[in-house]
Design a binder for this molecule. Structure first.
Ligand code: NAD
Length: 333
């Protein structure tokens, strides 16, 4: 029975993977800790696969220890793979698979939920009504119908997001390295990155984080945006320069910000820190704005998505164990 060792494992990972493993019969071991240099030596010789998530750090050094322990597969139970040194894995013969598509609607719908919370201030209304304060002062919102939504990245999630926003009666300006014909037929207008920023009332990020697009949203690019616009980021924290967005919120150039991801999130997200002193001043500053909504990387977190993640991950590891090749979309190296 081959072993899969899980890092950053939460009770819900255990529950979904254990359920889906009934048809595969792997030995599953779940560790709560992140994978990184501090723990990689604990990987036992002969472990077939490690299963990791967004904040595990698979640097070249970590991967070389995994290779020395005989690990054959790194299975990412997520879509993004900016945290894995793929060249190092390839050089050492470790196969890397991911879950390229698991309910893109889960993430797209969360982006929409963040937008609707901010534009109608339901996060404030919820607290206010619980205090028996039924005043409407300060809750004035704006319609999405007729607004221009800028979408960066129209892959699976961006496309699902576009479909929803078209249903709201929004105009959509999009930028992607590849233009999607179906979206064009539905009325999405592709243009340059700069033109999307200039034209958008709401900007939603749906591209992966790469070395080339780190801090895509920074002081210079923020200056291109309309005063009073909204930014939603459910993609990766490193796409936004936190210092610059805080400045843009302080000078009210950006009116609303919704982030499910944060550039320093690995120290915070997925943990209960309610009794701790948070030393990260930037996240504290962001959370202090009444017009900023922060969620802790929960966009993917639906029953449908977790089920698909467990199923696809175990199927990929199973195929690799049998010497079969999972689809090209799944394999990264
Ligand atoms: P995808 O690969 O289907 O689509 C990504 C799209 O971005 C592609 O069309 C690609 O051409 C485009 N792109 C790449 N670089 C770009 C750039 N510099 N500018 C503009 N477009 C660019 O991926 P997806 O499944 O839609 O996921 C998108 C991202 O969402 C992932 O990379 C991941 O970071 C993030 N994500 C977040 C969560 C969450 O829970 N918050 C969950 C899943 C995925």
């Amino acid at each position: 029975m081959s072993k899969i060792l899980f890092f950053s494992a939460k009770p819900y990972d255990k529950s979904f993977f254990t359920g889906h493993n009934e048809t595969h019969g792997f030995e599953l071991e779940f560790l709560e800790t992140h994978l990184g240099p501090h723990i990689v030596n604990a990987v036992e010789q002969g472990t077939f696969a490690v299963c990791v998530f967004v904040n595990d750090k698979l640097t070249a050094d970590v991967i070389s220890v995994l290779a020395a322990r005989g690990v054959k597969v790194i299975a990412l139970r997520c879509a993004g793979f900016n945290n894995v040194d793929l060249d190092a894995a390839k050089a050492l013969g470790i196969r890397v698979c991911r879950v390229p598509a698991y309910s893109p609607e889960a993430v797209a719908e969360h982006a929409v939920a963040m937008l609707l919370t901010l534009n109608r201030k339901t996060h404030k209304a919820y607290n206010r009504v619980r205090e028996q304060n039924f005043s409407l002062n300060g809750l004035l919102g704006f319609n999405l119908h007729g607004r221009t939504i800028g979408v960066i990245g129209t892959g699976k999630i961006g496309k699902a997001f576009c479909r929803i926003m078209l249903g709201f009666g929004c105009n959509i300006l999009a930028y992607d390295l590849f233009e999607d014909e179906e979206l064009q037929t539905r009325g999405v207008h592709y243009t340059s990155f700069e033109n999307v920023l200039k034209g958008a009332d709401v900007l939603s990020l749906h591209c992966p984080l790469t070395p080339e697009n780190a801090y895509l949203i920074n002081k210079q690019t923020l200056a291109l945006m309309k005063p009073g616009s909204t930014i939603i980021n459910t993609s990766r924290g490193g796409l936004i320069c936190t210092v610059d967005i805080i400045e843009a919120l302080k000078n009210q150039h950006i009116a609303y910000l919704g982030i499910d991801v944060y550039e320093q999130e690995e120290r915070l997200f997925f943990k209960d820190l309610s009794g701790s002193i948070i030393e990260d001043d930037a996240i504290q500053r962001l959370m202090s704005f009444p017009n900023v909504l922060v969620t802790g990387h929960q966009a993917f977190f639906t029953d449908e998505a977790l089920s698909q993640i467990a199923q696809i991950t175990l199927e990929s590891v199973s195929k690799l164990e049998r010497g079969e090749e999972p689809s090209a979309m799944v394999m990264l190296s």
